[in-house]
Design a protein around this ligand. Structure first.
Ligand code: UT7
Length: 426
């Protein structure tokens, strides 16, 4: 436990610690207390729920051989990727994948959406420039008490999100935060560019973080950026620098462009450095690490960084990119879920999540895993209740839209009882 954490006053206990949070009868935080405060105990940010969702459609390397000039052998040996999931149906979007992953995380934690205070959606392929994908996910979950925003840090985004969530929880501003990494990169990949289209896949992963008085959780984080490398991995058009035009569309300016070799070099260096730094901040050595979950971009990057430079043995590094390709912000949470399913994570384990991406950015988190990994028994009644909550959320959203449509039919005078809105003329 870091010194800073030991100084955090307890604000509210919660489901993760088995105690009840009683809103209103607990003191407000003194988050920057100079030392341990009498009557307060430390507060921690624990991962208490996890889930993922990938589209059904799988594209193998052999399928890609039919589309571009590539070979299964090249993709396998240069990247480790064998297949990837792709959102084939127009109904599958970044938000719908994110909603499924978030629902799974809430189910593991057995927490209703109404208890979530904040939703952070890290994504490189958002639903729109605005509104945020996070707001659409908030509506789909019926998380009526949650704030929501998107986080743009490319493939490092999920780890950035964990760090933000931890900050909100330790400051006493939130009890439950959903951190989601969700992508439909297949929609912004140039399927004629063999240098990029073989690498990426679609999917979403989510964790629910909770305030807790149980020591552990996310104990340290390292965030980094080097914008001088902005042009190495980018979708050049569609923003303020290059607004959408016929020219940007016809020249393919809305697709991912990448200098793969430069990104490879940067990633290999920064993954090892960030892991070292975060372990240092958490007061741990490389030998203390039970499992590293790196961003799943290329198995050679993982081998050349965490395995070779840090000399962490292969069995302590989780890799599943052969099944999903690079799912950007979703890669670490999907890998976390599969590591749990594979029995690779147990209470008491020290984990490191480390990522890199466009920006350039990098990020690492140290986690002391402290919650049981077994999924709670779920009854048909509980499932029915959950379905009812989501159906009610959908109905509420439709109702609000309908009311707005009806309301917009009336002239402004009658809407505002004859008064004009501020700034309204005429
Ligand atoms: O989340 C962050 C996202 N980005 C990354 O993680 C990317 C990091 N970079 C990489 O993973 C690697 O640089 C790549 C996998 C993208 C490329 O691997 P490489 O070993 O650096 O290959 P290269 O770009 O140096 O290309 C070697 C050869 C070239 O042919 P010549 O010029 O030697 O004749 C390429 O044209 O391989 C060719 N090539 C391909 N051949 C078959 C490039 N892409 C393909 C392909 N299939 N898909």
């Amino acid at each position: 436990m870091s010194e800073q954490q030991s100084q955090q006053p307890e604000l509210h206990s919660n489901g993760a610690s088995g105690k009840e949070y009683r809103n209103g009868d607990t003191p407000r935080p003194r988050a920057r207390a100079a030392g341990p405060v009498k009557g307060f105990s430390p507060r921690f940010a624990q991962i208490v729920g996890w889930g993922y969702h990938v589209p059904e459609k799988i594209i193998t390397n052999f399928d890609l051989e039919q589309i571009v000039d590539t070979q299964d052998e090249w993709i396998r040996s240069r990247t480790g990727i064998e297949e990837r999931h792709v959102a084939a149906s127009p109904a599958e979007t970044t938000a719908t994948l994110g909603i499924q992953a978030a629902r799974a995380a809430l189910e593991v934690a057995d927490i209703p959406p109404s208890k979530v205070d904040l939703i952070i959606c890290a994504t490189s392929s958002p639903e729109h420039i605005f509104p945020s994908t996070a707001s659409i996910i908030q509506d789909g979950l019926g998380a009526v008490n949650a704030g929501a925003f998107d986080l743009s840090a490319a493939c490092s985004g999920f780890v950035y999100g964990l760090s933000m969530a931890r900050g909100h929880i330790l400051a006493g501003d939130a009890e439950y935060v959903l951190v989601i990494g969700a992508e439909t990169l297949s929609r912004i990949v140039d399927w004629t560019d063999r240098a990029t289209c073989v690498l990426f896949g679609d999917g979403a992963g989510a964790v629910l973080m909770a305030a807790s008085d149980v020591p552990g959780g996310v104990t340290a984080s390292v965030l980094g950026s080097d914008g001088s490398g902005a042009d190495l991995l980018t979708v050049p058009a569609g923003g303020s620098a290059m607004p959408t035009s016929l020219e940007t569309v016809s020249s393919g300016g809305h697709y991912i462009k990448m200098d793969g070799t430069a990104v490879f070099r940067f990633a290999t260096r920064v993954m090892a450095e960030a892991t070292r730094q975060v372990l240092d901040r958490a007061g741990l050595s490389v030998d203390d690490v039970d499992l590293v979950i790196p961003h799943q971009a290329n198995v050679r990057i993982i081998q050349n960084s965490v395995l070779k430079q840090l000399k962490i043995p292969g069995e302590k590094v989780f890799v599943n990119l052969q099944k999903y390709g690079n799912t950007s912000t979703a890669s670490i949470p999907i890998a976390l879920c599969e590591a749990i399913e594979a029995g690779k994570i147990q209470p008491g384990n020290n984990l490191v999540f480390v990522g890199f991406g466009a920006g350039l950015t990098w990020a690492a988190c140290a986690i002391k895993w402290s919650v049981p990994v077994s999924r709670p028994e779920t009854t048909w009644w509980r499932n029915t209740q959950r379905q009812a909550v989501y159906q009610a959320a959908a109905a509420r959203s439709m109702w609000k839209r309908a009311i707005r449509r009806v309301y917009s039919q009336f002239p402004a005078e009658s809407r505002w009882g004859g008064r004009k809105e501020e700034g309204e003329v005429g």
